[in-house]
Design a protein around this ligand. Sequence first.
Ligand SMILES: [Zn+2]
Length: 180
Amino acid sequence: MAEEPVVAKLLEGNRSYVASDWDPADRELASPPALKLAVVACMDTRHNVEKVLGLKHGDAKVIRNAGNLLDDGALRSLVVAVHLLGVRHIAILGHTKCGMTLVGQGEFRIAKSIAKTTTTPLADAMRPDFQRWLGGFADPSDNVRRSVQLVANHPFMPKDLEVIGLLYDNENGQVAVVRP
Ligand SMILES: [Zn+2]
């Protein structure tokens, strides 16, 4: 049997959502999130950020990428969140067993896959800064500390902004504060 096309699954899911879960009050949620909070988290599918932190819909702006990195995309979103959307607290949520600790070993595999599935030759994929661009790291706690420092000291960020480092434990679901 042919696999169900993803788009059909998504639209079917949305029909169920509209029929049962859509809340008209969502239209009225204020632009500043209720807790004036933004969370930068990893895209890892094993944790649901809102559930892990007990957040309700509308409590926080949640920004996710591979490795909860403060790359240009995340920083741009934080600048908008702080200067346009009333955010005053930023939490960087890392997690144990992050796949981005393995990117160093997987670098060649990623480059080979790029060469095999696109018109980019292997030599171009393996450009000298490829690993740095991928953003791998060895220790998830150190990565959170680095991100906290980066946001706290960023020239676009107000001095009274609260920046919090957190680490989710993939084994027991607990979140701990990452001290500087
Ligand atoms: Zn991760």
